[in-house]
Every structure is written in C-alpha cells, then in structure tokens.
Design a protein around this ligand. Structure first.
Ligand code: OOG
Ligand code: MG
Length: 266
C-alpha cells in the first residue's frame, strides 16, 4: 500500500491532467508496487477534493464490463468510478470539448436508483425492484494517459477515464423491458459505427450493478437512492472529433444524441 502522501501526490497529478487536458505517464511506471486498492484510495481523494470545491456526486460508473471493451483496452477486469453531476450534459445538446484530450464515446444503459442497495450478493430481482428507471446513455470517456494506453491500476486512479456523459431517450421502468435483449445502434455523423445487444454487458447489465454493490459492501458502503449508475459500454468505444454528431438508438428506450463542441469554444 502506498503511503497517504503518495496517494495525495497521485491525486494532484490526476486533477492537474483532468483540469488542464494533458496526458501523463501511467502511474505504474513510477510506482510499480501500486495496487488496485491504492487506485481506489486515489479516487476517494479525488472525490474529497471535488466535493470540497462544491461539486456534487451524481452516481457511479462501471467500466470494462463487455468483452468488446475488455479486448479493446487489454484489461479484463471491470472497474468502478465516480460520476459528478456537472459532467452530465443534456440530450440533443453540445458536449464541451475544452477539457477533453482524445475523447471516445460508448453506448451504455443507465440506471437511476430509488432505494439504497447494500450487501455482498444482492439479487437481480432486488436490484430491479430498487431501480426507479433505466435510460439510454452515452459516456464520453477520455484517458489522461498517453495514446489511451493503461493498465487496470492506472485507469482506476484516473477515475476510469470518466469525462462526461449524456442521458436521453425515454426513461422506462425496468419491469416493462427485457433488459438483457435491448438492441443498440450507435451512429457517428449518420453512419452506423457499432451495434450491440445489452447482453454484451456481463450477460445482463444489472450484473454490473450487482458487482458494484458487492464491491461497495466490501468497503462498508452502500449504493444510495437517487444514484445514477452507468453499466459500461456494450460496444468498443469510438473516437470522436470536434463537431461530430453522435446518436445511439436503443430498442424500446428511444434515442440519445448530441454534438461534440469545438475545441476553442471554452
Ligand atoms: C476505461 C473506462 C471503460 C466502459 O464503459 O467500459 C468504460 C476505458 O476504457 O478508458 O467506461
Ligand atoms: Mg463507460
């Protein structure tokens, strides 16, 4: 375990790179002994700093939950991260580019919870009963590591490449849907760039929440009512440039779409 001063120093580097939109070296280059627990301690420190600046926690993200994402990134273990509410951009709006380096987009199913969830092994049924609604989402990820290359320990310390996200389409009760067979068509500038089924995410996107709650439980924590959870990209992430128009159509859930802003429009 790295000492607290080192965890704080790593958090300084992440905050600098995220705010300044520049790339940094993988943390495991400088700290080969760094563990996954150290990386989550960095996330805790990031959250403390962001809340001290008055930013609010919106929920959590699971990542690397589909085979397509795992193979693309060469990391085969899911990761968890923090979502802040000022990184949520409106459907049919413009996603600001000014703090992004080399963004990629991924289509995901978002859950919004209505009850607290805790425990080592909550059932799928319990999670569905605790869900207020599900909604189509696109996450805009952006690694702070050079060439988007990292290992699990480094990416977790960079808050799972979290940058921005958009939720849209129709909010639906999960009981009204077959959540494990939702077709997704992902388009960039009017062309299909990927297609998927929600089953690509761990067989059923609710499993991402099951893993998240178990992981929180190990740390003595709860997934709170009101939390948004992004369950992870169902397809490979797609690189985007300023001005690109992104649209993701979800069976039974409608469409989420937006345009990427211009780099100089800060
Ligand atoms: C890590 C974040 C992955 C997802 O949905 O799989 C992620 C990355 O690929 O940069 O958000
Ligand atoms: Mg994601």
């Amino acid at each position: 375990m790295l000492d607290t001063a080192t965890i704080h120093a790593i958090a300084d580097i992440v905050v600098g790179a995220q705010d300044g939109a520049y790339t940094i070296q993988k943390f495991t280059d400088a700290y080969p002994e760094m563990t996954l627990e150290d990386s989550y301690a960095v996330q805790d420190e990031l959250l403390r700093r962001w809340q001290a600046r008055g930013r609010k926690l919106a929920g959590m993200k699971a990542g690397l939950t589909s085979k397509a994402k795992m193979e693309q990134m060469g990391v085969h273990v899911p990761s968890f991260g923090i979502l802040m509410n000022d990184t949520l951009d409106p459907d049919m709006g413009v996603v600001p580019m000014d703090t992004l380096i080399h963004p990629r987009v991924e289509a995901e199913i978002a859950f919004v919870m209505k009850d607290d969830l805790s425990g080592p092994d909550v059932s799928i049924e319990t999670i569905i009963a605790a869900t207020d609604f599900v909604q189509p989402a696109v996450e805009i990820i952006d690694s702070r590591f050079k060439k988007f290359k990292f290992d699990l320990v480094s990416v977790v310390a960079d808050n799972g490449s979290s940058a921005r996200f958009v939720m849209g389409g129709r909010a639906r009760r999960p009981q009204e849907l077959s959540l494990d067979t939702i077709g997704i068509v992902f388009e960039k500038n009017g062309e299909v760039v990927a297609t998927a089924s929600s089953a690509a995410v761990l067989g059923h996107p609710v499993r991402a929440i099951q893993m998240l709650v178990a992981w929180l439980h190990e740390r003595g924590r709860t997934l709170p009512a009101g939390a948004i959870v992004l369950t992870g990209g169902a397809t490979e992430a797609v690189a985007v440039a300023p001005g690109d128009f992104i649209s993701a159509r979800f069976q039974d859930l409608g469409t989420v779409s937006f345009r990427m802003g211009q780099k100089d429009a800060a």
